[in-house]
Design a protein around this ligand. Structure first.
Ligand code: NAD
Length: 421
């Protein structure tokens, strides 16, 4: 019991030697897991001497689990994450013909990890396609359990698709299906509870880290009752639950309409002076453009599942791509979290020493921060900065950096450890 992370009165209680379940993962998972653990262990030792230590405990999923147990996602693995609360995973290949869409999605849904958190920051020296990458500091809160990821889809021509079509036309009076004879259908559930818990987490995160704004990204101009409702529920929640700590764009517009633009600007300025978090919204397509042109206008992003998927990849590309993009799947209510690289199993480079372990290492750093072990996290950030400054990198970044030295997956981890002061 001593080594188990607990949640007491809504706060994590972390022992000095917590047990951390980990899934090695398929493909390059095997290549990047051990180097990641080496870097994280070195940072913990550098920060705390021997007084704190992570106790890694392997749990099985994916191919390795199938070979050992005949099951891709054994119940013992889910139980381990339920018991130990916080863990980390490598990428998992989607099994073919098993009726499972994705093991990662199954893990998120089974454990109700409703936030997919992806921080986007740039490290000096890393090639970027944008002009001022040093101004990028964004934190994506992507809803992880709803939206079209619920998987409610009917293929054209099937009995269910025909039944669904007839229901829409005959019972709901729908007359806008352009080609009813050949249409497939998908359903997009977006709930008030699901939206609120995601947006609440994003606002609490912004307040806790003293970040300037939370932007609700949605396509509510077209999908009024799902994405539009997400925006409205977000504004309602900010004003009712966080009234003293936030100022919303909706309040600004109300003041502008009822009083004057000068009054609205004054209120906005004083909210900023008081350190309140500004809650605003933007339509998804505009956000994809705006975040490239004016990334410094955005801090925390709260959005639904599919938007979050697109946005994560675009923002990751702005700061160096998939090899250094960390992520976490979190249920803040229960304290549960699984940290993971955002990339897949990269079968084309598995076993070649070409994989960049940066994404999993940075996911490990997010885990250290989640545990409250900030000093250890800082050691990795510092060492990574030194490593990039020396242009000693894996093949994904090597091809884009002039005068760089090529390192293997394991060599890159060694270099980070050597640069740890
Ligand atoms: P992928 O991310 O595995 O690969 C896309 C490209 O990026 C490839 O060229 C690959 O070599 C490169 N790449 C990925 N990670 C890299 C790294 N760390 N260093 C250097 N280069 C890297 O995406 P994919 O090919 O579409 O998917 C392969 C498999 O992974 C599929 O079975 C998919 O279902 C699975 N997948 C799993 C997860 C997850 O577990 N979270 C996420 C995405 C995809």
């Amino acid at each position: 019991m001593d080594d188990i992370i607990q949640l007491v009165n809504g706060k994590l209680v972390v022992p000095d030697t917590p047990i951390i379940p980990f899934i090695e993962g398929d493909g390059i998972g095997k290549d990047i897991t051990e180097p990641t653990q080496r870097v994280i262990n070195a940072a913990v030792t550098a920060a705390y001497g021997g007084s704190r230590k992570l106790v890694w405990m392997e749990v099985l999923a994916g191919e390795k689990a199938f070979k050992a147990t005949g099951n891709y996602l054994p119940e013992e693995t889910l139980d381990a994450f339920r018991t130990y609360r916080i863990g980390i995973k490598g990428p998992l290949q989607t099994p073919v013909g098993e009726g499972i869409r994705s093991l990662t999605v199954a893990l998120r849904q089974t454990l109700d990890l409703y936030v997919c958190l992806r921080p986007i920051r740039w490290f000096k020296g890393v090639p970027s396609p944008i002009r001022y990458p040093e101004l990028v500091d964004m934190h994506i809160f992507r809803e992880n359990t709803e939206d079209i990821y619920a998987g409610i889809e009917y293929m054209t021509g099937t009995e269910k698709a025909l039944k669904f079509r007839d229901f829409l036309i005959n019972e709901m009076g729908v007359d806008k299906i352009r080609f009813p004879e050949t249409s497939s259908f998908g359903v997009k559930p977006v709930s008030k509870e699901g939206s609120e818990r995601l947006i609440r987490s994003a606002i609490e995160y912004a307040i806790g880290r003293k970040l300037p704004s939370v932007t609700l990204v949605h396509k509510g101009n077209i999908m009024k009752f799902t994405e539009g409702a997400f925006k409205n529920w977000g504004y309602d929640l900010a004003e009712t639950e966080f009234g003293a700590q936030t100022f919303t764009w909706r309040q600004y517009q109300k003041l502008e309409k009822e009083k004057s633009q000068a009054d609205a600007n004054k209120a906005l300025q004083s909210a900023k002076n008081e350190g309140k978090v500004i809650i605003k919204d933007v339509i998804t397509d505009a956000f994809l453009q705006e975040s490239l042109l004016h990334p410094f206008d955005y801090s925390v992003i709260a959005t639904m599942n599919l938007n979050g998927d697109y946005i994560s990849d675009q923002l990751a590309a702005m700061v160096g791509g998939i090899g250094i993009s960390p992520g976490a799947n979190i249920n803040y209510s229960g304290g549960y979290a699984i940290f993971e690289a955002t990339h897949g199993t990269a079968p084309n480079i598995a076993g070649t020493g070409k994989a960049n372990p940066g994404s999993l290492i940075l996911s490990g750093v997010m885990m250290l921060e989640y545990l409250g072990w900030y000093e250890a996290a800082e050691h990795v950030y510092d060492a990574l900065e030194h490593t990039f400054a020396k242009r000693r990198v894996t093949s994904d970044l090597f091809s884009m950096m002039e005068g760089a030295t090529l390192l293997t997956t394991s060599g890159f981890a060694d270099e980070i450890i050597n640069n740890m002061h």
